[in-house]
Design a protein around this ligand. Structure first.
Ligand code: FMN
Length: 740
């Protein structure tokens, strides 16, 4: 909000602000030049009477003497019937120079006051001054936020480029700009009647004047008691009119002086309103305060630079979609997301992460990697999402990251996780993310979670990473983001098989007819919008829940060549989408799309495949077995609750065993006499499992998170004698998990 309040008016008014500022800076020179040209006597050295006496000696036709705000003395006179004005030396009354206001300054003043547009322009200038007040106040608050508090306002700023220049200049200039803007707004408001303007009528002409013989002006007692420094103007009486008087205006007020007696007649002190107005004018123009004028002028000169850098910042922010309006401040954030991106797709994932963590109650700051701050005082978690380009090079928004990391003084308590985005087709898959992970480790930061790499923006890999991150951060949340909104097709339920009701694990195998699916080469050839893509068991079916929430993903238990689309769904308590699917009757239709998941597939070849799952996790495993027409050795370990109630795929598995698509089946039922879980069966079978792994077996695990943790532990124990472990198998692509 604060940022919009600062940015939007700034953008709109940038050009006009620059005009006002530059002309203001030029005008600020006028008092300095006036002062430089003037002869200024010391305080108390010259009285108005002495000055007037000296001037009259040189200018017998003097009409008026004016003392400018910068101390210069101007005499207006008539000579040979012609009016004239000279700058004079108050010590002698001599002419210093003819008084000719510079046409250039007059033009600049008009431009400054009204954009050369009279009243309409004056109103516009007044509005711009008010916008400037708003910009200054919001800018000060942004500076405070950026520095991490009022006390830190004078500390060096972090950041680089335009942002840093903008912040540093603003810190230098903001008070001067605020003063100019406030006084300018005040003057405009008075001029247009928004604030009361003091009316200075002056005293009425004196009813009684001595009318005596005029005496020399230098001897008039009322003028002798006024110091030159207090004089504003002295207007002389008409020559040869004894009834006329001198009109004297000083800093304090206005009065009349009898030209024969020297007496002060009818003095009227200046009103408070008028004095205030004069002060405001001086504070705005620097008149009489030449040093303030210089400061204000210097501050005004920063405005064009602030406008240009402000526009650059705004443009950069628009181009970096990850910088969200609800982005927490560096100084306050407990979680930092840094994004390395060239084509902006990684920003989409970062946005989802940012929004999800925000919802989960974290104070999240998200920025590009190039904007790595020197420190994050409140942060405990640093999440880096980066793509890779070229030969393992940094993407555009991360090119300065490594250099900035050298100066990074982050807390050693800051824990980090790196998520790489790349493409396995490149030889250096997510190489830059690997470099970043190693560099952060070298810097002494602790890993919150080991680096993971996402191939071709795979949405389900991202969701799975989110699950593991959620575990590490100790707060439940789900990441669902699909960079390309999928084209859905309508699927009609043709058959369902229900299990598990008796053991409170209602689970259904749902089989859909794929409307619009085109199989084989013809499908590929046509491959037009709306055609259903080919799919394999282990791929994911994305289902849009009826209330329009984000898609939920279900592992496919069939391949396109099976002629049916099959999923296995366990109805979750309060599960929005699982409840929706579980409630379908044959003939009902849903909208779905395919998300390929090539990461979760049995390897081709003759090495044994060990399939491990529990509950509905059997779906893709059953699909793999169905497709095992080559009769490669395939073993299934599966856990349910009770053989009589939720033995999913029991008839199919029997027939797969019979035709040797399945080599061995080992089941565990937790609500039977044996009270066993699938990991218990693995341990019982550990010699066989170890032998298979030693022979190059691949393990695929599918099911709930708790089951996966138990299985991992069991396999870890089983592998101990082999001097290998789950992580090594995982790195070789021999331990795959599809966990939810
Ligand atoms: C020219 C080019 C070079 C790439 N080089 C690599 C690479 O070396 N390693 C890699 O894993 N991915 C590479 N990629 C894939 C991108 O990292 C991947 O598409 C990523 O999702 C892009 O994210 P971004 O749009 O946020 O930059 C490359 C992509 C392009 C277009």
């Amino acid at each position: 909000m604060l940022r919009q309040l600062h940015g939007l008016p700034g953008l709109l008014a940038a050009l006009m602000l620059a005009v006002l500022a530059i002309t203001g800076a030029i005008l600020a020179l006028a008092p300095v030049m006036d002062r430089a040209a003037a002869v200024i006597p010391a305080d108390g050295e010259v009285s108005v009477a002495e000055l007037a006496g000296r001037v009259v000696n040189h200018y017998p036709g003097t009409e008026q003497i004016v003392r400018g705000a910068s101390g210069e003395v101007i005499v207006y006179y008539y000579r040979d019937g012609q009016p004239g004005a000279d700058l004079v030396n108050p010590m002698t009354g001599d002419r210093v120079a003819p008084y000719e206001p510079s046409p250039f300054f007059i033009w600049v003043k008009d431009l400054h006051r009204s954009f050369l547009l009279d009243d309409a322009g004056r109103m516009l200038a007044g509005t711009i001054a008010a916008v400037m007040v708003l910009l200054c106040i919001s800018g000060i608050l942004l500076l405070v936020r950026r520095s991490g508090g009022w006390k830190a306002l004078l500390k060096p700023f972090t950041g680089s480029g335009g942002k840093r220049i903008h912040a540093e200049l603003a810190r230098f200039a903001v008070l001067g700009l605020l003063l100019s803007a406030l006084t300018g707004s005040y003057m405009s408001a008075q001029r247009f009647g928004l604030l009361p303007e003091p009316v200075e009528t002056g005293p009425a002409f004196p009813a009684e004047v001595s009318g005596g013989q005029p005496v020399p002006v230098a001897t008039l007692s009322a003028l002798m008691s006024v110091e030159l420094g207090d004089l504003r103007e002295l207007v002389f009486p008409y020559p040869d009119d004894p009834q006329d008087v001198y009109s004297l205006t000083t800093r304090e007020g206005t009065g009349f002086v009898d030209q024969a007696t020297g007496e002060l007649l009818k003095y009227q002190p200046r009103s408070e309103g008028s004095a205030l107005k004069q002060w405001v004018v001086s504070l705005h123009t620097g008149e009489g305060l030449w040093w303030l004028g210089l400061i204000l002028g210097a501050a005004a000169l920063t405005v064009p630079v602030l406008a240009v850098t402000g526009i650059c910042i705004w443009w950069q922010r628009r181009r970096s979609p990850g910088l969200r309006p609800n982005n927490a401040d560096v100084a306050q954030a407990d979680t930092i997301i840094l994004v390395g991106s060239e084509g902006n797709t990684t920003w989409g994932f970062a946005r989802e992460l940012h929004a999800t963590l925000n919802k989960a109650g974290f104070q999240v700051h998200c920025s590009e990697m190039n904007a790595l701050a020197d420190q994050y005082p409140q942060a405990s978690t640093l999440l880096v999402l980066t793509s890779t380009y070229g030969d393992g090079d940094a993407p555009a928004s991360a090119q300065r990251f490594m250099a900035r990391l050298e100066g990074f003084e982050g807390e050693k308590t800051l824990k980090y996780a790196v998520l790489g985005f790349g493409d396995r087709q490149f030889p250096n898959f997510c190489q830059f993310a690997l470099y970043v992970d190693a560099a952060l480790d070298k810097k002494g930061l602790a890993r919150l979670h080991p680096i993971e790499r996402i191939n071709r923006c795979n949405a389900s890999q991202f969701s799975e990473w989110g699950e593991r991150l959620s575990e590490h951060m100790g707060v439940p949340f789900m990441l669902t983001y699909d960079p390309l909104p999928p084209a859905t097709v309508t699927l009609e339920l043709v058959e369902r098989a229900d299990y598990g009701l008796a053991v409170q694990a209602p689970t259904s195998i749902l089989r859909f007819k794929v409307a619009g699916a085109r199989q084989g080469w013809w499908s590929r050839f046509l491959s037009r919008k709306g055609a259903f893509p080919l799919f394999e068991a282990g791929d994911l079916l994305g289902v849009m829940p009826p209330n329009g929430e984000a898609a939920r993903f279900y592992s496919l238990a069939s391949s396109a060549s099976d002629g049916i689309l099959e999923i296995c769904v366990r109805k979750q308590t309060d599960g929005l989408c699982s409840g929706y699917l579980y409630g379908l009757k044959p003939g009902d239709c849903i909208n779905g799309f395919i998300r390929h998941n090539p990461e979760f597939r049995p390897a081709v070849g003759s090495h044994p495949i060990i399939l491990i799952g529990a509950g509905a996790g059997i779906g893709p495993l059953a699909g793999f077995i169905r497709r095992n027409t080559a009769r490669n050795p395939m073993y299934l370990y599966w856990g349910g609750r009770n053989a009589q109630s939720d033995f999913l795929y029991q008839p199919e598995l029997g027939s797969y065993l019979n035709d040797h698509r399945l080599t061995g089946l080992n089941t565990a039922f937790s609500q039977s006499d044996e009270h066993a879980y699938v990991q218990d069966k693995l341990r019982q079978d550990q010699v066989a499992v170890r032998r298979m792994v030693d022979a190059g077996a691949q393990i695929l695990v599918c099911g709930g998170r708790d089951m996966a943790v138990g299985v991992r532990q069991a396999i870890e124990d089983i592998l101990k004698p082999l001097s290998t472990d789950v992580e090594s198998l995982r790195a070789e692509g021999r331990y795959l998990e599809d966990v939810y």
